[in-house]
Design a protein around this ligand. Structure first.
Ligand code: BTN
Length: 331
């Protein structure tokens, strides 16, 4: 039943956005959608509650004045310029975590390119068991199901690919140039604007699926961040000084991801690694890494194709770091 209502809502919105004249009558909608006029009236009221501004006149019918910036399929899909990514969007007003939902859907057979998006998350998850702050209607909480035919040891290239695509999407959407901080945080200046949490389901020689989880702070204001992260986090609104369209950002991000995914298959790992190095500017920098309670200081040499950071310590020893947090030293 829920699905049917959503289907009717989407069909009504389509008619309201594309009416033969300015107004479309309740009778015409009911005739085209083969539902009763009472049903149309109920769904129009529901759409109004969701934030759609719909003018209604007894004689002429309904007219759409303004749409809310919601990430529902009927808003996102019409101008989405992808071939396959995001053609199926699972939208939730609230969910525990889009990654958990996408994982469940993938286990149940969801196809490559299906996405899960939510207006808010009650248990948004970050890296290293941390929480991802996910208040409603402000940001982007997105998870994408991928089923790449690559061996499991190449899975981290997908994470690097997603970081590159997110950086590029932020840049082309806002004109603000982010940097990637190892392993896959996106910063504007020194503050974090986006993070990635990718999860893989595989067996020894085969990946069943990868969930690309991406959180981008879009319309948060400084005072909205919890105190503990306020000094370290930012959003596109804070940096640009104006509200941004979440819907347009999502469309650009999906398009950019789709194109980097195909670059990976056409040009191979080196294309991804080179792009990642360009956004990260990591090589040769002095860093402090906290990894599982240990602190290491040294010079960042590079990343390898597993996404591990190669660190050269003071005594010239090279270490491969697989997980942790990086701090840069100035200069
Ligand atoms: C990090 O930087 O710690 C990673 C943050 C990842 C957050 C996103 S929001 C959408 C998806 N669902 C989650 O529960 N987490 C990721």
């Amino acid at each position: 039943m829920g699905d049917l209502k959503i289907h009717i809502d989407e069909a009504i919105l389509k008619l309201l956005k594309n009416p033969p004249s300015d107004f479309i009558s309740g009778e015409e909608i009911s005739r085209q959608l083969k539902v009763t006029r009472t049903a149309v009236w109920k769904r129009i009221n529901h759409l109004r509650k969701m934030g759609y501004e719909i003018e209604g006149e007894t004689h002429s019918g309904y007219r759409l004045i303004r749409s809310p910036d919601l990430l529902i399929p009927s808003e996102v899909k019409p101008d989405l310029k992808t071939q396959w990514m995001g053609k199926s969007i699972h939208h939730f007003f609230e969910i525990d975590s889009t990654n958990s939902k996408a994982y469940q859907l993938a286990m149940e057979g969801a196809e490559e390119g299906e996405v899960v998006v939510a207006e808010s998350q009650s248990q948004g998850r970050g890296r290293l068991g941390r929480e991802w702050f996910s208040p409603p209607y402000l940001n982007l909480y997105l998870s994408i199901i991928l089923r790449p035919k690559i061996p499991p040891h190449q899975a981290s290239l997908m994470t690097l690919m997603a970081a590159v695509a997110t950086a590029e999407a932020i840049y082309s959407f806002s004109g603000l140039k982010p940097s990637i901080k190892w392993p896959n945080d996106l910063l504007l200046g020194e503050k974090k604007v986006a993070g990635l949490l990718n999860e893989i389901h595989s067996e020894a020689d085969r990946i069943h699926f990868i969930i690309l989880g991406i959180g981008v702070n879009l319309n948060m204001e400084v005072r909205m961040f919890p105190k503990e992260i306020r000094a370290k986090a930012t959003s596109l609104k804070i940096e640009r000084g104006e509200e941004v369209s979440r819907k347009e950002f999502l469309q650009i991000l999906l398009q950019t991801l789709e194109s980097w995914y195909s670059i990976f298959f056409k040009k191979g790992a080196s294309a991804i690694l080179d792009a990642w190095r360009g956004w990260a500017n990591l090589q040769g920098r002095l860093v402090k890494i906290t990894s599982f309670g240990d602190t290491l200081v040294g010079k960042a040499i590079d990343i390898d194709s597993d996404g591990a950071l190669i660190l050269e310590t003071k005594n010239g020893e090279r270490k491969r770091i697989l997980a942790g947090d990086v701090e840069y030293f100035r200069g």
